[in-house]
Design a protein around this ligand. Structure first.
Ligand SMILES: [Fe+2]
Length: 253
């Protein structure tokens, strides 16, 4: 296992490693998997029976859901090429695509330590779409269109889907990236407990160039596009990741 690099297949994020809003250290630990972690026999997983198989199965299931949503988006947004988003995600859970399945544990609040209340600072994800499977502890908040923070109350069996920065940029800001954060629950008993969440951070294939999308009804004046020196998905993501993980400063775009 290799640490401190976003582009590896298995990554352990220690508590305090990320600064989502740059002002505070985030109090969670995470385990990220992606690329060919599920199929490459040379990659060593933690010695936990069934772990690799469970992750692989879940990543595969969620990637199928991602495809359904991408297909719906292509139709709903009236893209000229309705399958464009699907084709752009064709390599999920394989080399060439850095979609990530991540299990996250937020730490309990410690009396007298205000820093322990920083579960994760306000940010937007550098994804196309993010799928969050949260437990019943609460604490996730999103900004609504009026810029108010709203609690995302856990609903059994529900998946939270956030738009990420890649989709925002790509869609000419027709879709807006969801600003969100995690704070401790108000219940003092729950504050002393871990909060667990599983996230699937969907990403388009790295070599895709984020050219302005073409819509059936043409592009509106209000569209803000990336048609001036468009970046590849990899380049866009690398720029964004450096904001959250300062130790990646030397990572090449
Ligand atoms: Fe996030």
């Amino acid at each position: 296992m290799k640490f401190n690099n976003a582009y590896v297949t298995l990554v352990y994020d220690a508590v305090g490693k990320s600064k989502a809003d740059t002002k505070q250290v985030d109090m969670y630990e995470g385990f990220r998997t992606g690329l060919d972690a599920y199929t490459n026999e040379d990659i060593r997983w933690p010695d936990v029976p069934g772990m690799k198989e469970r992750y692989a199965e879940f990543a595969d299931t969620v990637s199928k859901l991602v495809m359904r949503i991408m297909r719906a988006l292509g139709h709903g947004m009236k893209l000229k090429d309705k399958d464009y988003f699907c084709e752009a995600h064709s390599l999920m859970n394989q080399k060439g695509n850095i979609s990530v399945l991540k299990s996250i544990k937020y730490m309990p609040v410690v009396d007298g330590d205000p820093d322990s209340e920083n579960r994760i600072g306000e940010h937007t994800d550098i994804t196309t779409l993010s799928f969050l499977f949260q437990d019943q502890m609460g604490g996730l908040q999103v900004r609504d269109v009026s810029n108010n923070l709203v609690d995302v109350v856990p609903v059994e069996g529900a998946i939270v889907v956030n738009v990420g920065e890649v989709m925002q940029e790509w869609s000419g800001k027709r879709l807006r990236a969801t600003r969100h954060r995690v704070v401790p629950p108000t219940d003092p008993v729950k504050q002393k407990q871990n909060r667990r969440c599983v996230g699937y951070f969907a990403q388009a294939n790295g070599k895709i160039v984020m050219r302005k999308l073409e819509f059936e009804d043409g592009n509106a004046d209000s569209d803000e596009g990336t048609d001036v020196e468009p970046l590849t998905v990899d380049q866009f993501m690398t720029k964004g990741l450096k904001r959250y993980f300062p130790e990646l400063e030397d990572l090449e775009s």
